[in-house]
Design a protein around this ligand. Structure first.
Ligand code: ATP
Ligand code: MG
Length: 257
């Protein structure tokens, strides 16, 4: 079976933020990797190394300067893909749950956003689907009418996860999705994500600073440093055998070996 996601020699630069120069900063240098259906890749690296930029390239929010990204064998930067209904197969959950929802929408409306775009459901079907999604993320039906300011961070992130899985996507990108939650809520959300991954046979990428999150959820790990994958660990069990000095340092600092 061909990989679900293929990233091939992707490069991305941005103009330096100066009115006096037109020089570019290369943020993503030459990144390639494949991901098969059902796999979960963790991407770890320091702040500013380009992880979120790579995420945005994969979601099609940014366009690579060169290189290609294929989803189910289709180039996501081709016009045909941008219009295709198959785009609903790609979804995302970001760190900042507050700014990723409309504060004037209630939970039902937030979760229904992708459903309203990609699936034409009757009023009853829509309501039924939203309630089922609430249950899937561990919230009871009473949350349907609540607004974002009436919920805790953990509850709102659950709503964002419900929205992300609403159209049964094949692939979800999580960019620091648990980082701003406190430790006990983080572990609840991680348990939920691990369950959903199994239930839905999701393919996912988990961008994080936190290696323990990766060891909990991921099958593979890419160590990202200054816009490059400096080490790719194909089997999470082999994590302690990393060779690159940067990955070693990161492991030592976090796990103490
Ligand atoms: N649209 C943009 N225009 C110009 N520069 C950008 C843009 N997006 C990102 N950058 C720059 O690219 C670099 C990498 O940013 P990115 O957000 O990808 O890092 P990151 O690894 O996700 O960091 P963090 O762990 O802090 O989230 C930063 O220097 C950032 O300023
Ligand atoms: Mg980031």
């Amino acid at each position: 079976m061909p990989p679900l996601l293929q990233v091939v020699n992707v490069k991305k630069s941005f103009l330096k933020p100066s009115i006096f120069s037109h020089k570019k900063n290369t943020i993503i240098k030459n990144v390639s990797f494949d991901l098969k259906q059902g796999e979960c890749l963790g991407i770890i690296g320091e702040s500013g190394s380009g992880k979120s930029t790579l995420g945005k390239l994969i979601l099609g929010l940014e366009k690579p300067d060169s290189g290609k990204i294929y989803f189910s064998g289709q180039d996501i930067n081709k016009r045909a893909w941008k219009k295709a209904a198959v785009r609903k197969n790609i979804s995302a959950v970001f760190q900042d749950y507050n700014s990723s929802v409309n504060p004037y929408f209630n939970v039902g409306q937030i979760i229904a956003e992708p459903l309203d775009i990609y699936e034409k459901l009757s009023k009853e079907e829509r309501q039924h689907r939203i309630n089922a999604l609430l249950e899937q993320v561990g919230l009871d039906h009473s949350f349907y009418e609540r607004f974002p300011h009436e919920m805790s961070g953990g509850q709102l992130q659950r709503v964002c996860i419900a929205r992300a899985i609403a159209c049964s996507p094949q692939f979800i990108l999580f960019d620091e999705a648990v980082s701003s939650l406190d430790i006990s809520v983080q572990s609840q959300i991680l348990t939920l994500l691990a369950d959903l991954q199994k239930q839905l046979n999701l393919t996912s990428i988990f961008i994080t600073h936190d290696l323990t999150t990766i060891t909990y959820l991921c099958d593979k790990v890419a160590f990202f440093y200054q816009g490059e994958i400096v080490e790719y660990v194909d089997k999470i069990e082999q994590l302690s055998q990393v060779k690159n000095p940067y990955s070693k340092l990161l492991l030592e600092s976090i796990l103490g070996f």
